[in-house]
Design a protein around this ligand. Structure first.
Ligand code: KG4
Ligand code: ZN
Length: 349
């Protein structure tokens, strides 16, 4: 019998729903929330309200475009953690209501596990074990995957996430939120070697991005003259603006080059230490063209088999919740209706 999963994702600022049958994604619908743009970041209360408005039409669209009726659904999967609590609650309550009404099992999905398993959506899947560099707005992790339901974090950021490094840099440059895709866009026309930003010396497989952020701040306050703190910064606000305006592409390319090199160098170390050469990337930052190219180039050089999800499965989406739900269904991994969402759940598999 075919297994049909309806999945709901609402952990941050995207309301998303997807239907998958036997691990094949039939629909992947997303309502993006533009309300946050003018605030320079996601406003939790506004996100919850937008989820409430979007969830019925998005689930409806996912069912319609998959040609599935509610009666064909075998289980409902939803993002249980981590994320903004108000946002998570909307998706969780909605998923529970459908499960109760249809008398179907409920599957709780960890958002970060789902980003990793987005790599199992395409026909060409990595074989196990594989390593996944998961890079998003809130997380930066290297995950060792033994099976779809058994994985562990072997390295992670000790401060900012890679997505935050992109977004905070963009904010310093006066670009709107989320700035990652814009830095990617401007970097394409710039020289990545023009400006030098430091690579942090962090032991083991962990990452750090807060020093880079500070270095970019000083660099801009000195209008490109220096990366280090000065008692009196050289540039006036006008000069800083002029410097950014005249050098935007090179600044974006140089910052992106450093973020990508930090990520790839740790991935190389992890591959060497674990002797694993199936390497995946996942999460919003895996949409970055510089990172995608660097992974392919490094893979070609070191003999890795590399896997990169399609763009639509990199940033937050419900297809990744559906595929994770499918593998959990195969394990009979269901949860009771009394389950609560959790903003900070650690990696649980
Ligand atoms: O996975 P995701 O959609 O949401 C979270 O779970 O956080 O990731 C969002 C992050 C944001 O920081 C965004 O700026 C970044 O992914 N991002 C990018 C690109 N597309 C999204 N960063 C760099 N280049 C991109 N093309
Ligand atoms: Zn995410």
């Amino acid at each position: 019998m075919a297994i049909t999963i309806l999945a709901i994702e609402s952990s941050c600022d995207e309301t998303a729903a997807s239907v998958c049958v036997d691990g094949q994604i039939l629909s992947n619908c997303i309502a993006n929330q533009t309300v946050h743009e003018k605030y320079g970041g996601v406003v939790p209360e506004l996100a919850s309200r937008a989820h409430l408005q979007n969830i019925v039409p998005v689930v409806d669209a996912a069912l319609k475009s998959s040609n599935c009726s509610l009666s064909a659904i075998d289980a409902i999967a939803f993002t249980q953690a981590p994320g903004l609590i108000g946002s998570l609650l909307v998706g969780a309550q909605f998923a529970k209501s459908i499960a109760l009404a249809l008398d179907k099992p409920l599957i709780a999905v960890n958002h970060m596990q789902a980003h990793v398993l987005a790599n199992l959506i395409p026909e060409q899947k990595p074989t196990f074990p594989f390593l996944c560099l998961t890079v998003s707005g809130g997380h930066t992790q290297i995950v060792l995957c033994e099976t779809p339901v058994s994985m562990k974090v072997i390295g992670e950021t000790i401060d900012d996430a890679a997505g935050e490094a992109f977004d905070k840099t963009a904010k310093l440059l006066g670009l709107p939120y989320p700035g990652g895709p814009l830095i990617d866009k401007y970097a394409a026309g710039g020289n990545p070697r023009r400006f030098q930003f430091p690579e942090p010396q962090i032991q083991g497989l962990n990452f750090s991005f807060s020093g880079l952020k500070t270095s970019i701040l000083y660099f801009l306050q000195n209008a490109g003259a220096s990366n280090v703190y000065k008692e009196t910064f050289i540039a006036t606000a006008e000069e800083k603006k002029k410097f950014v305006g005249e050098n935007l592409a090179d600044i974006c390319a140089s910052v992106q080059y450093r973020i990508v090199s930090i990520l790839i160098n740790k991935l190389k170390k992890a591959a060497k230490e674990t002797d694993i050469s199936n390497i995946c990337i996942a999460g919003g930052v895996s949409a970055n063209k510089g990172l995608r190219q660097a992974l392919t180039d490094t893979g070609n050089k070191l003999g890795w088999k590399t896997f990169i999800p399609a763009f639509e499965y990199c940033t937050d989406n419900a297809a990744m919740i559906a595929i994770t739900g499918y593998y959990k269904f195969l394990e009979n991994d269901f949860v009771p209706l009394s389950i609560s969402p959790s903003p900070r759940a650690t990696f649980m598999v």
